[in-house]
Design a protein around this ligand. Structure first.
Ligand SMILES: Cc1cc2nc3c(=O)[nH]c(=O)nc-3n(C[C@H](O)[C@H](O)[C@H](O)COP(=O)(O)O)c2cc1C
Length: 209
């Protein structure tokens, strides 16, 4: 089993990385593989709503020059996800949102029926709004949301400050333990022959009047 931890900060080894690493440590201790994937610093375009990924059932984005499709290949082979972001103007980081829009629109199948959690790092404010924003990718994708003892946030401007947020770091460790427990429970369910829920043919009702 493997958990893919996505670092959506432009700072590869900053505060978000520090928090993700703390959660990853507990997952590794539980005998589950982890990988921290940095989305990178080079610009990531937003979804252009071309629809070609779905029309042609590509399972990837037609734009192949950034980290989106690389991440999707990894997502396909992963059993759980933790997505981390710094708070930028009381929101998840803009480039991460562009990245996630395209990952989830074109590669939804790689996330469905798997557990996911979001974590955020901020200096002071905007953490809960950013968490809500990130959790919405999971809750429109048939995923299981994994929680912790507190909302998944750490506070600080530097990795050293984040290390001093003892409650935040504990929240990350608890999240890691909970993620490992959920993954092992899913695996036990699969071994006991519990099937995935039956899927209905999709209804699409647009609110146009
Ligand atoms: C463009 C920008 C906007 C930010 N906006 C906020 C904010 O709204 N609220 C906040 O508490 N911190 C804000 N910060 C601070 C970062 O969220 C904080 O330093 C975070 O821990 C950095 O994580 P990182 O090292 O993983 O990038 C902002 C930082 C940047 C660069």
């Amino acid at each position: 089993m493997k958990v893919l931890l996505i670092n959506g900060s432009p700072r590869e080894k900053g505060c978000t990385f520090t928090a993700l690493s703390e959660a990853a440590g507990e997952i590794t201790k539980a005998g589950i593989e982890t990988e921290i994937f940095h989305i990178g610093k080079t610009p990531i375009r937003g979804c252009t709503a071309c629809g070609l990924c779905r029309k042609n059932d590509l399972g990837k984005c037609v734009y192949d020059n950034d980290s989106v499709n690389t991440a999707l290949l990894k997502a396909k082979e992963s059993d759980g996800f933790i997505i981390g972001s710094p708070v930028h103007y009381a929101s998840a980081a803009g480039m991460l949102i562009s990245f996630l829009d395209r990952c989830f629109y074109s590669g939804n199948r790689y996330f469905a029926y798997k557990p996911g959690a979001a974590i955020v790092s901020c200096r002071r404010g905007g953490s809960t709004a950013s968490l809500d924003q990130l959790n919405k990718y999971f809750t429109i994708s048939n995923m299981l949301l994994v929680s912790s003892q507190y909302w998944n946030m750490v506070h600080g401007n530097t990795p050293e400050e984040v290390q001093q947020d003892l409650e935040g770091m504990q929240t990350m460790r608890t999240l890691g333990k909970n993620m490992a427990w959920v993954l092992k429970s899913i695996e036990a369910g699969q071994k006991a022959g519990i099937p995935l829920p039956e899927k209905e043919a999709p209804q699409r009702t647009n609110f146009i009047r």
